[in-house]
Design a protein around this ligand. Structure first.
Ligand code: IMP
Ligand code: MG
Length: 194
């Protein structure tokens, strides 16, 4: 694949290209549509990482004739990695969703699960509000350092043990808008330390 944009020099290799992402989203939408057929569904997307994923997944659900009776899209924002490459283990809710969760069938939509703390925390917060059901959908699973055992009902793709950017995933807020998922050049990390 040709990389025709200004970030080219920062990207070492493409892990999943736009077609592979689109296929994963379609596969997820097919399963979710079947599981929630005829029922209303509330998607709660975790910003900012799941911005593109939730946008594409929600529209893929709309294209399914036998899917949910309606889809509501809500968002919440959690604290990011800051400058570290790994989760600090401290999760903070920066902005909660204003959409009511109580009594609804809720699907939490996240970009990637690594140690699992973010999803464990968010699941707890949402379960406190008494949803009718709560499931989790992640685009990427990085199962290598999991220590919070969270149920993942829908997994798009298993990612290699790398730091990944693109399609919503960032490194220090950059690279989210890449249309594919990629591994950064090691030099990019080095350049920005300290
Ligand atoms: P966890 O709490 O370790 O499961 O981390 C989940 C959060 O860390 C996700 O919401 C992402 O924002 C971020 N994250 C984990 N792995 C990556 C990555 O490879 N690239 C960018 N962000 C990541
Ligand atoms: Mg995230």
């Amino acid at each position: 694949m040709t990389l025709e944009h200004s970030y080219t020099e920062a990207v070492e290799s493409v892990i999943f290209d736009a077609d592979q992402i689109a296929e994963a989203v379609e596969r997820l939408a097919e399963r979710i549509a079947a599981d929630y057929r005829g029922q209303p569904l509330l998607l709660v997307a975790v910003l900012k990482g799941a911005l593109y994923f939730a946008a594409d997944l929600s529209r893929a659900l709309a294209r399914r004739v036998d899917g949910p009776s309606e889809v509501i899209v809500a968002y919440l924002t959690v604290s990011s990695y800051g400058n570290a490459h790994r989760s600090s283990g401290e999760v903070r809710l920066l902005k909660d969703t204003s959409t009511a969760v109580t009594g609804r069938q809720v699907l939490l939509v996240e970009d990637v699960v690594d140690n699992g703390l973010t999803l464990q925390y968010l699941r707890g917060r949402l379960l406190d509000r008494g949803p009718a059901s709560l499931r989790t959908c992640v685009l990427l699973d990085k199962p290598y350092r999991r220590f919070a055992d969270v149920p993942l009902e829908y997994v798009g793709m298993v990612a290699p043990d790398d730091f990944i950017v693109g399609y919503g995933l960032d490194y220090q807020e950059r690279f989210r808008n890449l249309p594919y998922l990629a591994r950064l050049c090691p030099g990019v990390f080095l350049e920005r330390k300290g």
